[in-house]
Design a protein around this ligand. Structure first.
Ligand SMILES: NC(=O)C1=CN([C@@H]2O[C@H](COP(=O)(O)OP(=O)(O)OC[C@H]3O[C@@H](n4cnc5c(N)ncnc54)[C@H](O)[C@@H]3O)[C@@H](O)[C@H]2O)C=CC1
Ligand SMILES: O=C(CO)COP(=O)(O)O
Length: 331
């Protein structure tokens, strides 16, 4: 399959950064944007200052507001926040061709149904070949051409290779994987644990507490993913442990910075108000807790994050409750 043209749906920070990735890999890039001003900024001044400030874009990257135009591309990347997937799939369905790759690059779980984006996309776009891009990669780093490595997961190994070749260039390495569920779940749930890590930092609980929290978060993340059909090996890789390490390690993460604000004493409402950018961990925490209740999966850290965000408990009470859990075997 020749994947020369890449259509990117969503011109937020990550969609715009992925446009630079595809361009660096020699692809023709068309970026679909929601806001008319984003379209004209990309086409006229080759910048997207609102979502990805300080980055000069290759003038060959074009933007459009038309789904029929972006759908003509060989490869489609879905990079709008997760809650827009159903609407996008509805707009694209008439144009999607049999076997056209649809690569999900957003990270989240649908709050209302608890379904993963790959499952929703497979149902709504049955003609498309669904794949997932996930892994440790801040848009600002990637757009500057700094090195990053990600997982490209799809049920068809040949497509995984093709996606990797279509998007990789020396600074951006795509490793293919056959475990779509594992890659997607790792990328979605690490945002919840990044909020928890941020709370530890904001509360000044110390480096030892943070290392303990992140390690127990990994145990929880792996338990959740395996219960939903992901493979443990995938969770040990870029889209699991890799993204957990990145997002829990830097306040550049929107999710971790939310946690820092909560730990410093701000309410979730205050900390989230006025944010133009997405903080996917908020909705993902709710989805995780609901799934865990139905399936009987133990997720004390995700539950604590959800309870703090929704104001059901205070940060101090959540910490106390986690620290007073019964002692148990580590494994
Ligand atoms: N920024 C990053 O470093 C990375 C982000 N991701 C994921 O990619 C996805 C997109 O994130 P970003 O590009 O960072 O988003 P962003 O926060 O930069 O941009 C928000 C996006 O939401 C759209 N939007 C804003 N208000 C809207 C409204 N009222 N109606 C419809 N659309 C609206 C904007 O058009 C824009 O595409 C998320 O799932 C995120 O977790 C994944 C990897 C890295
Ligand atoms: O997913 C990301 C890095 O891999 C970005 O994380 P934030 O959305 O928390 O900034």
């Amino acid at each position: 399959m020749q994947l020369q043209s890449v259509g990117i749906i969503g011109a937020g920070a990550w969609g715009t950064a992925l446009a630079t990735v595809a361009r660096r890999a020699g692809r023709d890039v068309l970026l679909w944007a929601h806001e008319p001003e984003t379209i004209s900024a990309i086409n006229d001044s080759h910048r997207n200052e609102v979502f990805l400030p300080g980055v000069a874009l290759d003038p060959a990257i074009e933007a459009t507001g038309r789904f029929n135009e972006v759908a003509t591309c060989d490869l489609l990347l879905m990079v709008r926040p997760r809650q827009h997937l159903r609407a996008i799939a509805g707009e694209l369905k008439p144009y999607v061709r049999e076997g056209q790759p649809f690569l999900i690059c957003a990270k989240g779980i649908e709050q209302a149904t608890g379904r993963l984006m790959s499952q929703i996309a497979a149902e709504l776009l049955p003609a498309a070949a669904i794949a997932v891009l996930s892994g440790p990669s801040f848009a600002a780093d990637v757009a500057r051409g700094l090195p990053a490595a990600v997982t490209l997961a799809t049920g068809e190994e040949e497509l995984g290779r093709e996606l990797s070749h279509a998007l990789s260039s020396p600074p951006f390495r795509g490793y293919w994987s056959g475990d779509v569920l594992g890659a997607e779940i790792g990328g979605a749930v690490k945002n919840v644990y990044a909020i928890a890590a941020g709370i530890v930092v904001g509360k000044e609980l110390g480096e030892s507490a943070k290392a303990g929290l992140v390690t127990r978060s990994f145990a929880e993340m792996a338990r959740f993913a395996v219960a939903l059909g992901g493979k443990l090996e995938t969770l040990i890789g870029l889209s699991g442990l890799g993204d957990l390490v990145l997002t829990c390690g830097s306040p550049k993460s929107r999710n971790m910075s939310l946690g820092v604000a909560l730990g410093e004493g701000m309410s979730a409402e205050e900390a989230l108000s006025g944010r133009l950018t997405v903080t996917e961990g908020v909705a993902t925490a709710r989805a995780m807790v609901e799934i865990a209740q139905v399936r009987g999966i133990e997720l004390p850290i995700a539950e604590a994050v959800h309870a703090v965000i929704t104001g059901q408990t205070s940060v101090d009470a959540a910490i106390e409750s986690l620290l007073s859990r019964p002692l148990r075997s580590e494994l």
